[in-house]
Design a binder for this molecule. Structure first.
Ligand code: PHE
Length: 358
């Protein structure tokens, strides 16, 4: 019987050493400390033993049971420890890792260009104004010396919002350029409403008017139906073409770098006389010739000229006493040139892969 007990003991302790998780441990407890355990069996068979052996077997059985209980507790503690260690290792959190950077929003590349242009002209003493995007035909064309049926209208195919206004005179359009802002700015300063005698001494003005314009065109890599312009206007006494040249040359240096040079080519706009298109020396190749400037060394960035007498008068400024210059530039074009962007359609694509580069 004692031998049998030792066998039970050895077997049980060996099995306990193999129990590696809570489930195996519980199975072991039921098997060796439960009601049907081999130790209990020994007790029930005790009656069959000779009386002198009984105390010895009983004593040893109790010893082994206590040993089992102690071994069980020890093993249970070890398993709990192991499980805790595993859980800690699996869920490890390194609090010293740098945090993940949130991706902040950013300004659209064209907005960045407009802001830079505005900053430069503000430094030169120009006010920054806005004017409406929905215009009358009168402001968009007629007051700018473009009468109905004038061929110049075909340069700027128009979105008509309404073909007639309430008083049946002028259609309503989405402005095709920011130039109607010239009339608004001059009338704001002179107080002229378009009727009666011209005001006596309206103050000089220097403004830029950035904003969205619309043209009814085929959308291609080079032309969009909705884009931006920055209009510029200076009106005062003795303003000359030299002032225009000096202002734009200085703008180019501030915008594109101290080496930037500008070139004026004769052109035509109904609202300026004389008119010019202005090129900046290619800032990508320094004028040597590259793909972007099509090997000419020059890039066209704006239209400009001396404000036409009819336009000055429509703004409330007597062309006998006042003169002025105006220009209109395209921020999309400038942005494309600066960043080698080959397709204007990216600007409205909303594609983050594009936008995140700026
Ligand atoms: N409004 C002209 C255009 O959209 C640009 C321009 C503005 C030209 C002012 C001369 C003076 O093409």
């Amino acid at each position: 019987m004692l031998e049998e007990l030792e066998q039970i003991r050895a077997e049980a302790l060996a099995k306990l050493a193999e129990a590696n998780d809570a489930k195996a441990l519980e199975a072991w407890r039921v098997a060796y400390l439960g009601r049907k355990s081999p130790l209990k069996q020994v007790f029930t068979q005790m009656g069959k033993l000779p009386p002198e052996e009984r105390p010895l077997v009983g004593k040893r059985t109790n010893e082994i049971r206590r040993e089992f209980e102690a071994a069980y507790e020890e093993r249970a503690a070890a398993i709990r420890q192991a499980e805790l260690r595993r859980a800690l290792a699996e869920e490890r959190l390194d609090v010293t890792l740098p945090g993940r950077k949130p991706a902040p929003g950013r300004l659209h590349p064209v907005t960045q260009t407009i802001r830079r242009i505005s900053e430069i002209f503000a430094e030169m003493g120009f006010q920054v104004l806005r004017s409406r995007e929905v215009e009358t035909d009168e402001y968009n064309f007629q007051l700018l010396n473009i009468p109905p049926h004038h061929p110049a209208r075909e340069m700027q195919d128009t979105f008509y919002v309404k073909t007639q206004t309430e008083d049946d005179t002028y259609p309503v359009v989405l402005r095709t350029h920011t130039s109607p802002g010239q009339i608004h700015a001059m009338r704001m300063m002179s107080g002229y409403t378009g009727e009666g005698p011209l005001p006596e001494n309206p103050p000089p003005l220097r403004v830029i008017l950035p904003g969205m314009v619309y043209r009814y065109e085929q959308i291609t890599a080079r032309s969009e139906i909705q884009f931006t312009q920055v209009e510029g206007l200076a009106v005062g006494h003795n303003i000359t073409f030299s002032d225009l040249k000096g202002t734009l040359a200085d703008f180019a240096r501030r915008m594109f770098g101290p080496e930037a040079r500008v070139r004026f080519r004769a052109s035509h706009f109904p609202f300026t006389e004389p008119s010019a298109e202005v090129d900046v020396e290619c800032f990508l190749c320094g004028g040597k010739g590259c793909n972007v400037c099509k090997h000419t060394g020059w890039l066209e960035i704006l239209g400009a000229g001396m404000v036409h007498p009819v336009v000055l008068r429509n703004g409330g400024y007597d062309p006998e006493k006042y003169s002025g210059f105006a220009f209109g530039m395209g921020p999309e074009r400038i942005t494309m040139l600066r960043h080698y962007i080959e397709d204007i359609r990216y600007f409205w694509s909303g594609d983050l892969r594009f936008l995140e580069q700026f």
